[in-house]
Write a protein that binds this ligand. Structure first.
Ligand code: ATR
Length: 278
């Protein structure tokens, strides 16, 4: 029996144990996957103890992704670029490897839904850890333009500076929309703020949305998120939520750990059903 866990705080509402149990059933794997709440000052010790006991792999969630990055002895390119780690395991030499599957998870979900980013104008809202993790994957799709807007303008411009080598990215405060000529609706609007967790909306004018606009909310809920609803109300073509990203990033971690790629579509559908019935 292989042991896995997700470390976070809070973590009790994590869907990761449920998702990985579905993957295990699908692939005939014998595994035990738990959610473990870890005190901030105990994070490093608990990670080392987990692998010391023979644990096979960890997922890392809020607020430990940066600490996991610092703790890992080997980093994947994705983890290094993002400055954050959501997946840990040991290599054949017993070194702790840190990877980040959030970006690839989101991209896979977008592509599987038929989304196209190449040569598109993308608006990314928010400039926290969630956005930083997906920017390299978005830019790798070669958009025509990627604009990051954030309440704290400096965080958005710092992110744009950090990723400038990867593509045509700019960043700043929401006033960039009103003060620049680039106010035409965007092809994509990606919400990476946490404002939706309290039911709020990022402060965007409706003029950024048009009937050809696709949107992606990095969070999800039992029904449509407030941001999805706002996009639909403003006649967006498609409004996706982050449930697919959650399952896809988990599938990528499962693949890193076990070398087997589970099917995500049935798990996304089943999780959607689970959420709907509460
Ligand atoms: P995460 O790691 O989940 O991205 P974070 O680093 O705390 O979390 O980032 C949260 C994001 O949501 C930030 O972009 C934050 O804006 P600031 O950088 O200005 O704090 C954004 N956010 C949170 N509450 C917001 C609100 N009420 N209005 C606008 N943006 C908000």
């Amino acid at each position: 029996m292989d042991h896995y866990a997700v470390f976070g705080n809070p973590v009790k509402h994590s869907r990761s144990p449920w998702i990985h149990t579905q993957f295990a059933a699908q692939t005939g794997a014998e595994l035990d996957y738990r959610a473990q709440e870890v005190a901030a000052e105990q994070f490093e010790q608990q990670v080392l103890a987990f692998f010391g006991r023979g644990g096979a792999g960890l997922n890392i969630t809020v607020p430990f992704k940066e600490q996991a990055h610092d703790l890992a002895q080997v980093l994947s390119d994705a983890a290094r670029v993002a400055g954050a780690v959501n997946t840990l395991y040991q290599d054949d030499d017993g070194r702790l490897v840190g990877d980040n599957t959030d970006g690839v998870g989101m991209l896979r979900d977008i592509l599987q839904n038929g989304g196209v980013l190449r040569q598109r104008r993308i608006l990314v809202v928010g400039a926290g850890g969630a956005v930083r993790g997906v920017l390299p994957n978005l830019l790798a799709e070669q958009p025509a333009e990627l604009l990051i807007l954030n309440r704290t303008a400096d965080r958005a411009s710092a992110l744009a500076d950090r990723f400038r080598d990867l593509g045509p990215v700019r960043g700043g405060g929401y006033d960039l929309l009103t003060n620049s000529p680039a106010t035409a609706p965007f092809d994509w609007i990606i919400n990476g703020t946490s404002v939706g967790l309290s039911g709020g909306l990022p402060p965007l004018p409706a003029s950024v949305v048009a009937p050809h606009t696709w949107s992606y909310d990095m969070v999800y809920g039992p029904g449509q998120t407030a941001f999805q609803q706002w996009c639909v109300d403003n006649a967006a073509a498609r409004a996706l939520d982050g449930l697919g990203m959650l399952v896809e990033q988990a599938a990528e971690a499962f693949f890193l750990w076990r070398g087997v790629r589970p099917q995500t579509a049935p798990v996304i559908a089943a999780l959607r059903q689970e959420l709907a019935v509460g």
